[in-house]
Design a protein around this ligand. Structure first.
Ligand code: ARG
Length: 458
């Protein structure tokens, strides 16, 4: 059945129907469509546009449809154009002429705008919940690894020693920002477009604020043309999801490197690895690679919707139907990636010995040797040059700064004394770094406490 057949004298071409239809994907929000309709008729009855009996008949019919879809009694098939037509047609079939009053004071344009918002609103919360679980897992690992030393890198070259807690703390901050982005989006999107009609409102005395309240919105949207054609919240959500994926992909890349035969900083659990069909020895980090790979797909969705919306004149245009598949796909992808990633890191083994050994070579304490000289009155630039000579000396002898004798030190600069060894020990290098945000235990414990408070409140 078509909602708009009256003006037409010919049947729609079958290919046109297929091309135009959205029921294949918008059935995903049948629940939201029904929830929106229930609120709409409740408001219509309050305003005296429908009688209470009509309202009850329609609501019972709608709830019956919902129930039958959920129990599998009613199958959503492809004969209807979209989920809105499907629900309305089945309502009329069930309750008769009263059902024909459901669409009073409403258009599919504000209806779909409402459905998509309701659907997305829940997904924003679901995404946030998954990020929270990930943060809880990161927090646990951080707490257990305040003195697990590892090299910190710049340019993927060993730079200075840090701890595993400190390294994971960087990702804790990223995902915390992601959550705050989601909460901003939620606040901005939580306004109800229903009652905007096709584009210009309606002449019925609708109470849009009441419908908004029934549906848990902060209020009605303020311009009917904008209401039916605004997809900003989806673009914002896709941008936030792209950023989440960017963060996950960076983390995955590190885990792939750490899990490599050369590094062996971690071992991904068997349950989160896959094998090779030809090489019996292989255990591959496929999950981390897939999460990294799927990042492109979510960026693609963002670019796609931005491009779809570009230059669209007001108000509703069918182009906007393209918002759905890509958004649904991005949401499913991101949620799956966060869950899998969380499972992967919570089962991963940290090879602390290897991390420690790696942090001990590669001159990660060279800066601290220079700082030692500065503390003994040598200007930093001169100290930098002197330590450069020490490093050259060590490279030549294939030893670490810790292995040089005091005589060898003194031959390069007489300022060095016996306490140089303690000054450049890894424990000193890390634990003396206690400015806020640094890896030292003292300050990291404050950060851990702050994170704990954050997880309790948010
Ligand atoms: N399936 C459509 C969409 O997703 C619903 C709105 C249809 N409105 C219209 N005027 N054709 O955008």
């Amino acid at each position: 059945m078509k909602l708009w057949g009256g003006r037409f004298t010919k049947e729609t071409d079958q290919l046109v129907h297929n091309f135009n239809a959205s029921i294949g994907f918008d059935q995903k929000f049948y629940k939201q469509d029904i929830e929106g309709s229930v609120a709409h008729v409740t408001m219509l009855a309050k305003q005296g546009i429908l009688t209470n009996d009509e309202r009850d008949t329609i609501i019972n019919g709608l709830n019956g449809i919902k129930n039958d879809i959920e129990t599998g009694k009613l199958e959503i098939d492809g004969t209807h154009e979209d989920i809105h037509s499907f629900v309305e047609a089945h309502l009329i079939e069930r309750v008769g002429d009263t059902g024909k009053k459901l669409h009073t004071g409403r258009s599919r344009n504000d209806q779909v705008a409402l459905d998509m918002r309701l659907y997305t609103r829940d997904e924003v919360l679901a995404t946030d919940e998954l990020l929270k679980k990930l943060l809880v897992e990161l927090h646990k690992i951080m707490k257990e690894n305040l003195d697990t030393y590892m090299p910190g890198f710049t340019h993927l070259q060993k730079a200075q020693p840090v701890t595993l807690a400190h390294h994971f703390g960087a990702y804790f901050e990223m995902f915390k920002r992601d959550r705050s982005r989601l909460s901003d989006i939620y606040k901005r999107m939580n306004y109800s477009p229903i009652g905007s009609g096709a584009l210009a409102g309606t002449t019925y005395p609708l109470d849009r604020a009441y419908t908004a309240e029934l549906l848990g919105f902060d209020g009605p949207t303020m311009n009917s043309m904008d209401s039916v054609s605004d997809r900003d919240y989806l673009i914002e959500y896709l941008a936030a999801m792209s950023t989440i994926m960017m963060h996950l992909s960076r983390f995955c890349e590190e885990i792939i490197i750490w899990n490599s035969n050369e590094y062996q900083f971690v071992e991904i659990d068997d349950a989160y690895s896959t094998g090779s069909s030809i090489m019996p020895q292989k255990k591959n980090p496929d999950i981390a690679e897939l999460v990294r790979g799927k990042t492109g797909r979510v960026y693609g969705a963002l670019m796609s919707l931005l491009t779809t919306m570009k230059s669209l004149p007001l108000a509703y245009n069918k182009d906007m139907q393209e918002d759905k598949e890509l958004t649904f796909d991005a949401i499913d992808t991101v949620k799956g990636c966060i869950s899998l990633f969380t499972g992967m890191i919570s089962t991963m083994e940290f090879k602390k010995e290897n991390m420690n050994k790696s942090a001990r070579n590669g001159f990660t304490n060279a800066t601290d040797a220079a700082d030692y000289l500065v503390n003994h009155g040598v200007p930093f630039r001169d100290a930098h040059g002197i330590v450069g000579q020490l490093v050259l000396f060590c490279i030549d002898k294939n030893i670490a700064l810790d292995d040089m004798t005091l005589e060898e030190y003194k031959a390069i600069s007489p300022v060095f004394e016996e306490d140089i060894y303690e000054a450049i020990s890894m424990e000193t290098c890390v634990q003396k770094r206690n400015t806020i945000g640094a890896p030292g235990q003292e300050v990291m414990k404050q950060v851990i406490a702050a994170n704990e408070a954050y997880l309790k409140e948010n």
